[in-house]
Design a protein around this ligand. Structure first.
Ligand SMILES: Cc1cc2nc3c(=O)[nH]c(=O)nc-3n(C[C@H](O)[C@H](O)[C@H](O)COP(=O)(O)OP(=O)(O)OC[C@H]3O[C@@H](n4cnc5c(N)ncnc54)[C@H](O)[C@@H]3O)c2cc1C
Length: 414
């Protein structure tokens, strides 16, 4: 039986960042996963480090969008009818958290953590030799209609208050930034301080390599074997039992399953999302991710090709894939950007782990000595992985953390 100071369960970008931050502080740490590092949700995202996020995605407030979603005509969202009764309490809580006042409150609460997103990645990338993945080229959101653009006024107002730069562009100016975009949109907003990566898996693997270089160990094991033995946590791994005084649960969309076995229940749902890779026609290309805002998908340049990622699908995490949104949005995507053939014939499915208030849980699990939680990062797991790792490490060390951890406490659900 082996012993470490801490074990981190889950080697997505969040768990790997936590493990690296703990190892940097001199702790002996084991990182445990049942698959390879970064191969699940953290593999297929759009690669945006969205440090300038202001409002989280909200429950639709207009009847037109709801009707389109209900009749499965929407490009931005989909659902499985059989899943609705199960997810209904979550949807109602999400709708309540989407009221304008609550959104403003959320924007204020999350700002200190999000404001560190890019710089915390840069710190880890520098020491992990991963800066070649980083693009500090911002991101561009395009708006086809006047109404959707006009609705941005509250976001612009808060951006000014928070000191976040943005540039409101007409079609021609946006095409100066991205010459391959076709003029099917009327407005664009450029967020220069957002960053992105060309290979999210490469980034997580680089952080894992740095973690092992610092003496950390990566073990194959099933987190569901976690149990208390004396005053330590024990998990079974391919190398045998491992005991640690501290255990961090960073299992992304699988976190709530494990915690329920310990009597800790969380309102965690998933917003499933898909990606496909395409070649670009001719010399077309992109320098940054582009959001087609009303249609509700992202087009992002990746090492594997042009990655298109979809919006939210409300379905059971483990239900078979149903990429209907792709069929609906592809004609619109081809209007915007000259996409060629699909690059690898694959449709990837991932599950964003989401709380109804759009904030992750980061901190101690009350009533369970030495148990820590770092999950529920929704649309921002890549964005917040390193900032979360630092916050957890500082909380575990008992000092003053770099930002107020109160908005992320698990107790808000008790
Ligand atoms: C389509 C799409 C686009 C997105 N775009 C962005 C974006 O542009 N920017 C951004 O910041 N975020 C984005 N996200 C969200 C982001 O990908 C997630 O928030 C993030 O990957 C969650 O990371 P994680 O480490 O918490 O979870 P995961 O990456 O899922 O890691 C959890 C790990 O736990 C392991 N595990 C689970 N159960 C067990 C078990 N029983 N035993 C052992 N191991 C176990 C899994 O194998 C996995 O490796 C997107 C998500 C999707 C789906």
């Amino acid at each position: 039986m082996a012993r470490t100071d801490a074990m981190v369960l889950g080697a997505g970008v969040v768990g790997t960042s936590v493990a690296l931050h703990l190892a940097r502080r001199g702790m002996s740490v084991a990182l445990i996963d049942r698959t390879g590092v970064g191969e699940q949700t953290s593999y297929g995202n759009a690669g945006i480090i969205e440090g300038n996020t202001i409002f989280p995605p909200a429950f639709p407030s207009d009847i037109g969008s709801l009707v389109r979603i209900l009749f499965k005509q929407a490009t931005e969202a989909n659902y499985h009818l059989s899943f609705l009764p199960q997810v209904m309490p979550w949807l109602l809580a999400f709708r309540a958290a989407s009221q304008p006042k609550r959104l403003i409150e959320t924007a204020r609460l999350i700002r200190p953590l999000f404001s560190r997103a890019v710089v915390e990645h840069e710190t880890l990338m520098l020491e992990s030799g991963a800066t070649h993945y980083l693009r500090k080229t911002g991101w561009l959101k395009v708006y086809r209609g006047e109404n959707s653009f006009a609705a941005l006024a509250p976001e612009f107002e808060l951006a000014t208050k928070f000191g976040l730069p943005l540039q409101s562009l007409d079609t021609a100016k946006a095409q100066l930034l991205e010459p391959s975009l076709n003029p099917v949109f009327a407005h664009a907003v450029f967020w220069p301080e957002a960053a992105s990566v060309s290979n999210p898996l490469g980034v997580t693997r680089a952080y894992a390599a740095r973690f092992t270089a610092l003496g950390g160990v990566i073990l194959s094991g099933d987190a569901r074997s976690l149990h208390r033995t004396g005053n330590r946590w024990r998990v079974e791994t391919a190398e045998g039992a491992l005991d640690s005084a501290e255990c961090v649960v960073a299992l992304g969309p699988w976190s709530a399953d494990l915690l329920a076995t310990l009597g800790l229940n969380f309102p965690l749902a998933v917003k499933r999302g898909y990606h496909r890779h395409f070649r670009a026609q001719g010399n077309a290309g992109l320098a940054r991710p582009v959001l087609d805002a009303e249609v509700g998908y992202l087009v992002t340049p990746m090492e594997q090709g042009i990655r298109i990622t979809t919006g939210a699908e409300f379905a059971a995490r483990d239900a078979p894939p149903s990429p209907a949104q792709f069929e609906r949005l592809m004609p619109r995507a081809r209007e915007l950007f000259p996409l060629g053939e699909q690059a690898d014939g694959r449709t990837w499915l991932g599950s964003r782990p989401c709380f109804p208030d759009s904030r992750p849980v980061i901190g101690r699990a009350l009533g369970h000595s030495g148990l820590w939680l770092a999950f529920g990062h929704a649309h921002w797991g890549l964005t917040l992985g390193p900032a979360t790792g630092r916050l957890i490490a500082e909380l575990m060390a008992g000092g003053t953390p770099f930002c107020d951890p109160a908005p992320y406490r698990a107790e808000r659900f008790s």
